[in-house]
Write a protein that binds this ligand. Structure first.
Ligand code: T1G
Length: 706
């Protein structure tokens, strides 16, 4: 007999019932799918012919877990809830085998853990990634996994949130058999059932478990090792508690503990932030009128103009994706250095186990160099990564115009300049786009894809599709000075340097922002990027700060002294032997500048430091939204999470503003405007869109340019 509904295909062959989930695209365990599974569990339980049940998928993946879009709605826990479904499978009176193909994640793996046996196709992935969403496995995973494999390894798997391969799962005893492919499952299933014949189906509720001293020690040692990485995070600690206490309790009590810990985490701002980040990264790829799958332009050869650090980093992305890449530079010595740098970087990835030897070999074979524009005439995509000067870039594009084939995509890696002005010198401006990589370009995930007024849809679609191929998180933005990321970092950095003039020490500013969760403080970031680079950007953007020299004065003074940051072992900080130290000379210089500008020095609280920097960041984000430079607030968050070290568990500057409440952000800006005299008057005027949304009691997320 066989029945199909939208969610499950059910059939019985002899004594074995096959319950195949078919809820496209990834079998998320929505309320409807849970009801269908529950219904066919009834059918299998009542059918006397059925001796065993196989839980599998008709799709390429077993299941992506609970439906995250249901979170916060009553559907999420409407019966049959996922925990109840797993408990039912655990107690099921007949043998249950889970057949995993593709991946079983979150609640999907928890369903499989509740089965008596698990078989998996080679290359499939099994994981409990809930920690990445600010929660923990909430359908028995924190209790069944440590009852199937070593508890300390189970905790590590849940706290890392990364899936393991089916081969690793076999080694750990998490799966009972591996399949070459799902076509071969019948034989494995019959073999497993034969082994089970003598026994009765497992029921974890009726078995005793304990946590050995060694395992508890290993668990606590792991927790101690991770303390720094888990700063600000709730759910990893909750997982450790769930395993440590749950393993000393009956499964019934342990599941009740899991439920309590899950609800605590699920109600936290960081769960909202991490789930926001998950969907924001998916939404960022949705650009009106653009379908990545429509990307008609095949990119089979890439050329990079400029063999500096950025050019090499960009090239490595394409080489590792197996795309032939030619590095062009007029200086042959620079090309040799570049080739050596690229080889060293890729081989170091291989030696650290991040890249296979085969990928490493293919990558180096795909690299070529050239010194003449004629040599890149056949490139499908050319990315210019030369000196950040508009005239220089325009001259490069004139050459590209002359030598590249008509359909070639011509991209600039500029981080601030006017791409419309670059497109103006091209015969085919519709082929011009910005691909703003972040240094180091082979490491940083973020790619700002900058569309000019004339960039064509096929060119944009091709670049978005290519971004996924080179494993980048792409966000489509419009043209303005600094696009989104760098434009917002200007006021953020302005406040940091201004507060040093007002009496805060650089390390006070940086440690306040690090404590907030930023990967680096704004001042140490300026030292890393180069004080001269900051000054150059300021001069290029002079219209923004004309007549307000205060906050740039310290950087220009340092540049005059040749203190350019880490690269000269002295910038705002000193770097003697690489160790960063506060420099009294800089504090004295800041005081002198403050006096010359009539700025009264005072103690500045950590709260003020954070508010002035982060509210300035968000305020600029609202201006960017109202100008249509970014499509949605989530796009801005994705940029800050993936390119500027903003803490993921806060969701991004716009999510932070929403979590703070826009009225509170508005009130904060108004207070700063009032309390900081003429400077505050000038720089803390709230963006009109922020005012509008705050007064309408709306969120940044509720606004969209889509
Ligand atoms: N819930 C809702 N939608 C999901 C989803 C999920 N769990 N997983 C994927 N999608 C959507 C995604 O937004 C996209 O939608 C489409 O499916 C294709 O995904 C109780 C509580 C599974 C590895 O954290 O990691 O179980 O954009 O483009 O690149 O303990 O999606 O097409 O409209 O990403 O092949 C735990 C999250 C949930 C897995 C597939 N599970 N998903 O990657 O396709 S919490 C996760 C992923 C839980 C239990 C707890 C990836 C993927 P759209 P995609 P992909």
């Amino acid at each position: 007999m066989s029945e199909v509904n939208h969610y499950v295909d059910y059939r019985r062959e002899g004594g074995i019932a096959f319950l195949s989930m078919c809820h496209a695209p990834v079998n998320t365990l929505s309320y409807e799918l849970r009801c269908a599974i529950d219904h066919y569990l009834d059918v299998a339980e009542q059918d006397q012919e059925v001796k065993a049940l196989v839980l599998r998928s008709e799709l390429s993946a077993f299941s992506a877990g609970a439906d995250i879009s249901e979170f916060g709605t009553e559907k999420s826990f409407a019966e049959p809830s996922l925990p109840a479904l797993c408990d039912r499978i655990d107690r099921f009176p007949k043998w249950v085998i889970a057949e995993v193909a593709g991946y079983a994640l979150g609640g999907g793996l928890e369903l499989a853990l509740a089965a008596d046996k698990r078989i998996a196709t080679r290359g499939s992935k099994l994981g409990l990634p809930e920690v990445n969403l600010g929660i923990l496995p909430g359908a028995g995973g924190t209790q069944r996994l440590p009852r199937l494999i070593a508890p300390s390894l189970a905790a590590r798997m849940m706290c890392d949130g990364k899936p393991i391969s089916s081969e690793q799962a076999l080694d750990l005893g998490l799966v009972n058999a591996l399949l070459a492919s799902s076509e071969h499952s019948e034989a494995a299933i019959h073999q497993l059932l034969k082994e089970c014949e003598a026994g009765t189906p497992d029921n974890m509720f009726e078995q005793d478990y304990s946590l050995s001293r060694e395992e508890e020690t290993a668990l606590l040692e792991y927790q101690a090792q991770q303390a720094r990485r888990w700063t600000g995070l709730k759910s990893p600690q909750a997982i450790i508690e769930a395993v440590q206490r749950g393993m000393k309790s009956s499964l019934e009590d342990a599941l009740a503990l899991e439920r309590k810990l899950f609800n605590d985490c699920a109600a936290s701002p960081q769960a909202r932030a991490l789930q926001h980040a998950f969907f924001a990264e998916k939404d960022a790829l949705k650009v009106p009128g653009i379908n990545r799958d429509d990307a008609r332009l095949a990119i089979q050869e890439v050329a990079i103009i400029g063999s500096g650090l950025m050019g090499c980093g960009i090239a490595i992305n394409f080489l590792l994706a197996g795309i032939p890449t030619r590095l062009l530079d007029v200086n042959s010595e620079a090309l040799e250095k570049a080739r050596a740098y690229i080889q060293k970087t890729i081989e170091s990835g291989r030696d650290k186990g991040r890249i296979s030897a085969q990928i490493c070999e293919q990558a180096m074979a795909a690299l070529s160099t050239a010194s003449d524009y004629e040599d890149i005439a056949n490139a499908d995509l050319v990315i210019e990564a030369v000196f950040e000067d508009l005239t220089v870039k325009q001259s490069v594009f004139k050459e590209l115009n002359r030598h590249c084939k008509a359909e070639a995509i011509l991209a600039s890696n500029t981080s601030t300049l006017d791409l419309n002005a670059i497109a103006d010198v091209c015969a085919r401006p519709e082929n011009v786009i910005g691909l703003h990589f972040f240094s180091p370009a082979n490491i940083m995930k973020l790619l700002e894809v900058v569309r000019t007024e004339r960039t064509s849809e096929p060119v944009l679609a091709t670049c978005l599709k290519l971004a996924k191929k080179i494993n980048k998180v792409a966000v489509t933005v419009g043209v303005c000075y600094g696009f989104v990321g760098n434009r917002m970092v200007a006021p953020y950095s302005r406040e940091a340097f201004r507060m040093v003039l007002e009496g805060a020490s650089p390390s006070q500013v940086d440690s306040a922002l690090r404590e907030f969760g930023m990967a680096m403080g704004p001042i140490e970031m300026a030292d890393m990027a180069g004080i001269d680079v900051g000054c150059m950007a300021a001069l290029a953007n002079q219209h923004e700060w004309q007549g307000e020299e205060s906050y740039q004065a310290l950087q220009f003074a340092l540049r005059e002294q040749g203190r350019l940051g880490q690269k000269t072992s002295a910038g705002v900080y000193r770097y003697d032997g690489g160790k960063k130290q506060e420099d009294p000379e800089v504090l004295a210089l800041a005081k002198e500048i403050a006096q010359s500008q009539g700025i009264e020095q005072r103690n500045i609280s950590k709260e003020e430091i954070i508010q002035r920097c982060i509210f300035s960041l968000a305020n600029e984000g609202f201006r960017i939204l109202e100008e249509g430079i970014a499509l949605r607030s989530g796009d801005i968050d994705v940029i800050y999470l993936n390119g500027y070290g903003f803490p993921r568990w806060r969701g991004g500057p716009m999510q932070y503003a929403d979590e703070t409440g826009l009225q509170n952000v508005l009130q904060g800006l108004e207070n700063l405007q009032k309390n900081l005299g003429a400077y505050g008057e000038r720089w803390f005027a709230a963006a009109p869109l922020l005012k509008e949304l705050a007064q309408a009691n709306r969120s940044a997320k509720s606004f969209s340019n889509v």
